[in-house]
Design a protein around this ligand. Structure first.
Ligand SMILES: [Zn+2]
Length: 413
């Protein structure tokens, strides 16, 4: 039963990304008693490329650990941030059960700033390409209002806003529907579940945009288990939420209502690592309809083991990561500057500065690919780190159980 991943359905769930393939025992300890369904294998194509791992390796690491731990409950496997049909086929072949479609390359990121004329021209292009129908959104939604659970209602009363949503997401929705078809084919009758993620867009997903996306996917026959909007506030890597909690709560509440109306499906919180201040809010408002994804925070706990038991090695890693940071941060949402943290602190300060405080965490977080990918003619850090984690498996398990356990405790509301 536990040997292969399963679909988890509309139940609270938590994704434990594990870039090193040794974190599952600690993840199990963190999860125990939480009431969350686990996703023990979760890796995006981007992470696999950067760490030079394959879907098969990611799956095998989880399966072996779960067998050793005699895990007998259900668990899921998330092929995260899939962009192409090839990504789908590669991961479906290895038995992944949860497919996260990331159509952000097809989101028109300029749409927010386009004039009415430019929007009309952009829509005409979408029609010509067959991504949207000529009168689609207007005929379907303009002037219509939707009563959401909880008493609120949303109305498409602004023709320009509706057109903007169609231009912004039209091609992304079509891409999602196509990949959904690929997933159906690749799974060949086996159960699967699908998430759509638009969390990596520059501006937050407005309620009317979410409603448009949810209604359109339903209309196109795409059945979601979860959707990851881009929420208000900052979801930087490896650190707590930054922003106005009251505003976040108000927006989140509307997103929950839309997810119930259009699905029901779960709201998925990406970059969920260390977002401690919002956990009680999302737990309270979501009920069972919640999924949280983490990954980098487990990698940082691996580095914590190094900080505790091999300070010269940890110091060497810090030097290497500082050298990579300004290049590697480009594809991540972070705000740390190298000058925020001393390059060569005293031994007693290493762990606190680089693993407890925000800037140090971000410097070590976004450089994981350079460390684990072993490129750039640098020493094979991955091998040394893995050796250390094998030797101190007890400590790695313990720090993961504490840190991820804190996540799950706060998520119980
Ligand atoms: Zn994401």
């Amino acid at each position: 039963m536990s040997a292969t991943p399963e679909v988890l359905g509309l139940k609270r769930s938590f994704g434990f990304g594990d870039r090193l393939g040794l974190a599952t025992p600690g993840h199990i300890d963190a999860l125990r008693g939480s009431g969350f369904a686990p996703i023990f294998a979760q890796q995006s194509i981007r992470e696999m490329t950067r760490t030079k791992r394959t879907p098969d390796e990611v799956m095998r690491a989880a399966v072996q650990a779960l067998a050793q731990e005699k895990w007998s409950g259900p668990w899921g496997a998330d092929a995260d941030h899939l962009q192409t049909p090839e990504d789908v086929v590669r991961t479906a072949k290895e038995g992944f059960t949860f497919f996260t479609i990331d159509p952000s390359a097809h989101v028109n990121k300029e749409a927010d700033a386009l004039s009415l004329d430019a929007l009309k021209a952009a829509q005409a292009q979408l029609v010509a390409r067959g991504d949207v129908s000529a009168t689609g959104a207007r005929d379907l939604y303009l002037g219509k209002s939707f009563d959401l659970p909880g008493g609120q209602s949303l109305k498409f009363d602004d023709e320009t806003a509706l057109l903007r949503a169609e231009v912004k997401y039209g091609a992304a929705l079509m891409h999602t529907a196509r990949l959904y078809g690929t997933i159906q084919g690749a799974c060949g009758g086996k159960p699967f579940e699908v998430e759509m993620s638009v969390d990596e867009t520059p501006s937050p997903t407005s309620p009317i945009e979410h409603l448009f996306i949810g209604l359109e996917l339903r209309r196109q026959g795409v059945k979601l288990v979860s959707l990851a909007p881009r929420f208000v506030g900052e979801f930087e890597k490896g650190i707590d939420f930054k922003g106005d909690l009251k505003l976040f709560e108000a927006h989140y509440r509307v997103h929950v209502a839309i997810a119930k109306h259009c699905g029901p499906y779960k709201l998925s919180v990406h970059s969920g690592s260390d977002k401690f201040t919002i956990y009680p809010i999302v737990a309270r408002l979501s009920g069972e309809l919640l999924h949280v994804k983490t990954a980098g925070t487990s990698y940082l706990e691996a580095l914590r083991v190094a900080a505790r038991v091999d300070k010269p090695f940890f110091r060497e890693l810090i030097g290497f990561c500082r050298g990579r940071y300004d290049t590697d941060k480009a594809t991540y949402h972070v705000s740390a500057k190298l000058s925020d943290v001393p390059a060569d602190p005293a031994d007693a300060d290493l762990e606190r500065l680089y693993l407890d405080l925000d800037s140090g965490r971000q410097i070590l977080h976004v450089t994981f690919g350079a460390v684990l990918g072993g490129e750039h003619g640098k020493p094979p850090y991955k091998g040394r780190l893995l050796d250390l984690l094998h030797k101190r498996a007890d400590l790695y398990r313990e720090v993961l159980a504490i840190h991820l356990g804190k996540h799950l405790k706060l998520l119980q509301g």
